[in-house]
Design a protein. Structure first.
Length: 161
């Protein structure tokens, strides 16, 4: 059975750990926050409110699910690439959820070829028990069980975000 996410606990979690942790580690680096669309938009919006250091944002859309699917196909497709050069920049990839790790691993591999100064990951949800490939997560909001979740930006067949 799918689980609906409520925005109140999500926002509370930012204030407790992300604000200080990300702000402190990124201070003076003017990071570029790359939001993975579409699910990451709500998280990025709230996250930006808690990062009190200059930063820029960029968007990228990737998919490995396909219409109507709840399991990854394993094939990652970039549907919207960056408009900003990331060479020699501090980059923070902002994800809504990480489960198998394949999609994020593909994104990180592609971004690394563009030679950023640093490349870190921040995710709202980490479905660690589903992980099939190791991905480096610097900042995580919640570790959750292997259940389908929606709400707070995450969709159920493109609805209920």
């Amino acid at each position: 059975m799918p689980v609906f996410l409520n925005q109140i606990p999500c926002q509370a979690q930012f204030g407790l750990f992300l604000q200080g942790e990300i702000h402190t580690s990124q201070e003076g680096k003017n990071p570029l926050l790359i939001c993975i669309l579409r699910g990451g938009v709500m998280f990025l919006t709230d996250l930006m409110r808690h990062i009190h250091t200059p930063h820029a944002i960029e968007f990228m859309a990737v998919t490995s699910y396909g219409s109507g699917r709840r399991e990854t196909s394993g094939h990652v497709k970039i549907t919207l690439d960056l408009n900003t050069e990331i060479f020699d920049r501090h980059v923070l990839v902002v994800e809504d959820i990480i489960d198998s790790g394949y999609t994020l691993a593909s994104v990180l591999e592609m971004l690394a070829t563009r030679k950023p100064k640093s490349l870190y990951v921040c995710t709202l949800l980490d479905k660690a028990e589903r992980r099939e490939i190791d991905v480096p997560i610097r900042y995580r909001g919640f570790v959750i069980p292997n259940k389908f979740v929606f709400g707070y930006g995450l969709d159920l067949d493109d609805y209920y975000r």
